[in-house]
Design a protein around this ligand. Structure first.
Ligand SMILES: NC(=O)c1ccc[n+]([C@@H]2O[C@H](COP(=O)([O-])OP(=O)(O)OC[C@H]3O[C@@H](n4cnc5c(N)ncnc54)[C@H](O)[C@@H]3O)[C@@H](O)[C@H]2O)c1
Length: 423
């Protein structure tokens, strides 16, 4: 049995442990499901909620979305999934549609856990309602698309109750090979870290056409390419690599310079399709990061390299995860994929080194709910989001931006229209 088969086989054992522990401190009876409400029934939301149901004791009982077609597709999907797991269809009373759906879901007494998988612009507003409800929360990254939202999220973080668990969707940290190499790096395996490089080279997602949609609806449906709704590619997607860097170094960047632009993409939106950022971390450690997001070639290459006095570490999404030098080490199962040979997954369900990232992230979160100790990952989520905003501001303004400059600037993006038209 290789390591991957072992990890796969471990899933039943792990969920058994979870159920045994679940009788305890947080009021869930042994074998009773955590009642899961999904806010944002799109690509990622559906994938994560499905994975929760398949990997943990959580069961989807409620759905919320701005748009009726998305809600209907979600109901169809989760009714089938629940049936396959011996459960019930979703009660029509627990289907919430429209601009106030997030508040109705938060107000429901039939839900224990809210998963926020709406476009990034709405995360902090939805997080505020979910935290105020006292329910557990799984919030997708980024925690905020601008400085004002990020600072608001820090206030929300202070209101999280001692019985509430709140996770942010940085599942890469939970991928077994990445968790293993991070532990070694944090333990000093590289000696003094001198410099870091990283990249995120991905294809463009297809523009979603909606004949007859108003300009506002079209923006919402294609939020990925809209700066205000997504935060741009550095804040929305590249954030995973910048988060890994912050986490492994144990700090956020102090300043950044950057370039980039929209050199190839011609379709809807105002997001850039490439960034080149030089982040400076404490100790004058530079992290040079480059990203591209265009084209139809599905080849995907993302990862991080850290160079230290005693050795270097390679942390790709696909390809060998290893440390060379004085403390040489390699994750045994990742040699099969060639470096840079990954396949892009718009819903975040990556294979290769990330194959078990979602599953292990969700199990750890569920264990925090059923057995404790609870999580509150909002501040860490904000720190990484702000790190990305630092690079974005340096790029847009073509100047060096410090952490203090960024916070003092207090940037704020506006939607420019009301969601009430979708009531
Ligand atoms: N962690 C990862 O690897 C990963 C991967 C992909 C996406 N994401 C994140 O997941 C989130 C969702 O991305 P997606 O690809 O599923 O997008 P999507 O467009 O497929 O789904 C978004 C859903 O939210 C709904 N929605 C939009 N505005 C809403 C509102 N105000 N209230 C309620 N519902 C609303 C939409 O109708 C849609 O059903 C984003 O924040 C994205 O950054 C994370």
């Amino acid at each position: 049995m290789n390591r991957r088969q072992f990890l796969q086989a471990g899933s039943e054992v792990a969920s058994g442990i979870l159920l045994l522990k679940s009788s305890a401190a947080f009021g869930y009876q042994a074998n009773s499901a955590v009642r899961h409400g999904l806010l944002g029934c799109g690509n990622r939301g559906t994938a994560v909620a499905t994975s929760f149901s398949q990997s943990t004791s959580a069961r989807v009982v409620a759905l919320a979305d701005l748009f009726a077609d998305q809600l209907a597709a979600g109901k169809d999907h989760f009714d089938k999934l629940n049936a396959s797991l011996g459960g019930h269809p979703i009660d029509s009373k627990l289907l919430f549609r429209g601009p106030h759906a997030f508040e109705q879901l938060a107000g429901s007494k039939d839900v224990d856990l809210i998963q926020i998988s709406t476009p990034p612009f709405f995360h902090v507003q939805h997080l505020e309602a979910a935290v105020a409800s006292g329910k557990h929360v799984y919030c997708e990254k980024p925690v905020g698309i601008d400085v004002q939202q990020a600072q608001h999220a820090l206030e929300i973080a202070k209101r999280v109750k001692s019985t509430q668990s709140v996770d942010v969707g940085f599942q890469c940290r939970s991928a077994p090979p990445i968790a293993a190499i991070a532990e070694k790096i944090k333990g000093g395996a590289l000696g003094k870290i001198a410099t870091i490089s990283g990249n995120y080279n991905a294809p463009a997602s297809t523009e979603k056409t909606h004949p007859g949609a108003s300009a506002d609806e079209y923006r919402l449906r294609n939020w990925l390419w809209d700066r205000a709704l997504s935060g741009d590619i550095l804040v929305e997607q590249n954030i995973h690599i910048i988060d890994l860097c912050n986490w492994m170094v144990g700090a956020h960047p102090l300043k950044a310079t950057a370039t980039g632009g929209r050199n190839v993409l011609t379709h809807f939106g105002d997001c850039w399709d490439n960034y080149e950022v030089d982040f400076t971390y404490p100790g004058d450690v530079h992290f040079t990061f480059a990203s591209t997001q265009f084209g139809t070639d599905n080849t995907f290459d993302a990862g991080l390299k850290l160079f230290g006095a005693s050795g270097s570490a390679t942390v790709p999404y696909a390809g060998p995860i290893q440390i060379t030098g004085a403390n040489a080490w390699a994750w045994k199962d990742s040699a099969s994929a060639a470096p840079g040979s990954g396949t892009f997954a718009a819903n975040g369900n990556f294979s290769d080194n990330l194959a078990f990232a979602d599953r292990d992230k969700e199990r750890t979160f569920l264990a925090s709910i059923t057995s404790g100790p609870v999580h509150n990952q909002i501040a860490e989520g904000v720190e990484t989001a702000l790190s990305c905003m630092l690079g974005r501001m340096a790029g847009y303004q073509r100047r060096e931006v410090s952490w203090e400059d960024l916070l003092a600037h207090g940037e704020s993006y506006q939607l420019g229209f009301s969601l009430e038209q979708f009531a």
